[in-house]
Design a protein around this ligand. Structure first.
Ligand code: SF4
Length: 323
């Protein structure tokens, strides 16, 4: 199976069998987040999860969480940020737009406050690296070593469709758990080949920033920096989810199993970005009317239209009237 359909099928399976927030393609580095992209991030909800879900369905910008805007008294927006006014302006506007901040005008100045205290909402993070075919490993070993030495996620898993041999296991770090995910399209199951070893997320880790011939640029990342990056990753996952595609304008596509793009002509899940007139089976038509947010809302703990959103709209209207 190709990597994209494998990844979507795994997400649909994990969504049906766990209560985790799942997202695809999340930056898993600290100094250079895009240096390491985690295929699937599983975020375990913590005890304050509901409070987070009530706030907003979107990612909350880190600068808004870290600002001095609190829940009690509103603050003059410029005094709450230790950044350029332009950047602070963008963050305030976004935080108001998604319902994390409320704003009001007093004496010709704009004041902001948090709608509710930002909760400690997530527990463990599990990073899954997908490699359906172990005969084509690419730089799998290096990627997994990066994850283990940094220790940003609590556990790292390699998911594959291949039969896993002792030689495969010996080539990857022993801390990495291994799942075999295979079976018929609608009945795939996970077979745990090896359990992961928990990583030291609350201690410093080592990040491989760059690698040249015979030389590696490595940085030590402190526990606090890691904690901040973990929160960013959890926020990204909450806002993004895994249904990050649009259905193609083709009569052969249909939604299966909670929004998987299944092509009747190919008889499998397809990557919609590859669909188009070049495909021999392409049958021009309007894209199907599928609400992927509805699928996510009805199948996961993510809340598509939280109460906070309604409060926000009211607040926004009031602000616009004043303007
Ligand atoms: S463009 Fe091709 S692959 Fe995509 S849905 Fe249509 S027939 Fe299937």
């Amino acid at each position: 199976m190709r990597e994209f359909p494998f990844e979507l099928a795994l997400c649909a399976h994990l969504e049906a069998t766990t209560g985790d927030v799942l997202a695809r393609q999340i930056g898993g580095g600290v100094r250079v987040p895009s240096n390491r992209i985690i295929d699937v991030l599983c975020v375990e909800p913590g005890p304050a999860f509901e409070a987070r879900a009530e706030l907003t369905n979107e990612r909350i910008p880190d600068a808004a969480i870290e600002s001095e805007v609190g829940v009690g008294q509103s603050r003059y927006w410029r005094n709450a940020f230790d950044t350029s006014p332009e950047y602070a302006r963008k963050v305030v506007d976004r935080a108001v737009e998604i319902g994390f901040f409320e704003r009001e005008r007093k004496g010709g100045r704009e004041y902001v406050r948090q709608v509710a205290r930002y909760p400690d909402w997530f527990g463990r993070l599990v990073g899954v690296e997908n490699k359906p075919n172990l005969a084509e490993p690419g730089d799998l070993e290096t990627q997994l070593r990066k994850d283990v030495s940094l220790g940003l996620v609590d556990e790292v898993i390699l998911a594959t469709e291949s039969y896993v041999t002792r030689a495969h296991l010996n080539r990857i770090p022993e801390e990495v758990g291994v799942w075999r995910f295979e079976g018929d399209d609608d009945e795939k199951e996970i077979e745990v080949i090896r359990e992961p070893t928990p990583l030291g997320t609350d201690a410093a880790g080592t990040e491989l920033v760059e690698q040249h011939a015979g030389k590696a640029d490595v940085r030590v990342v402190g526990a606090e920096e890691k904690a901040r990056q973990r929160r960013r990753m959890a926020e990204r996952a909450y806002g993004k989810g895994w249904r990050t595609y649009d259905f193609p304008a083709c009569g052969e596509i249909e939604s299966r199993n909670g929004g998987l793009p299944y092509c009747r002509w190919k008889g499998r899940i397809v990557n919609p970005v590859r669909c188009g007139a070049d495909c021999p089976g392409h049958d021009p038509s309007d894209p199907p009317d599928i609400d992927l947010d509805f699928e996510r809302d009805s199948r996961t703990p993510w809340v598509g239209d939280p109460a906070g959103r309604k409060r926000r709209q009211t607040g926004l209207d009031a602000f616009r009237t004043e303007e």
